[in-house]
Design a protein around this ligand. Sequence first.
Ligand code: CA
Length: 223
Amino acid sequence: MRVLVIEDDDRIREDVTAALEAAGYVVDSESSGEEGWFLGDTETYGAVILDLGLPQMDGLSILKRWRKEERTMPVLVLTARGSWSERVEGIDAGADDYLPKPFHMEELLARLRAIVRRSSGQASSVIKVGKAELDERQMRISVRGVPISLSPQEYRLISYLMLNNGRVVSQQELAEHLQSVHFERESNAVEVLVARVRRKLPASIIETRRGFGYIVPAVAGSK
Ligand code: CA
């Protein structure tokens, strides 16, 4: 996992980088807020360790910009000792956790592991049905880990069925959910869409219950 460290204090940055590398992380480190913000905006990181007190672009501004741009990687902020207002601001700006300076490296590593665990334990937004997986946050369906390319309509259809796995969904309900006037006019539009999705996913994932609708059967272990 790759971690970004943004800290202008050379000593702390080097110590943290060394500790993270020793713990098996791949580390990018930056002393400049602006450069750090850019890296976090353009690269993919499993987590970020962000000092709040930085020259030019401070940590809070960086964090707010990332969150506004929907960069959702977990962020651990480093705050000045005893500054409760900084901690409050950091958390309000979207930090996942904070650590006041000075800190023990072991505590930093433990907090980092915890925020990474929490961020990857998004059980509620990832639904598994058999070999198919729906990631709602990324709006993506993958089969055996391979993302499937779907049109927005196809995605809406299969995601709705997967979210409702184990329940028969009528054509009418599907049509309403897809929210297109088109579907009200053409009675076979849902059938056509189902056929298209079946060609892209394992065909057996959507079962037809003639006269009732469609169902993605619940599979043991699905959430
Ligand atoms: Ca600093």
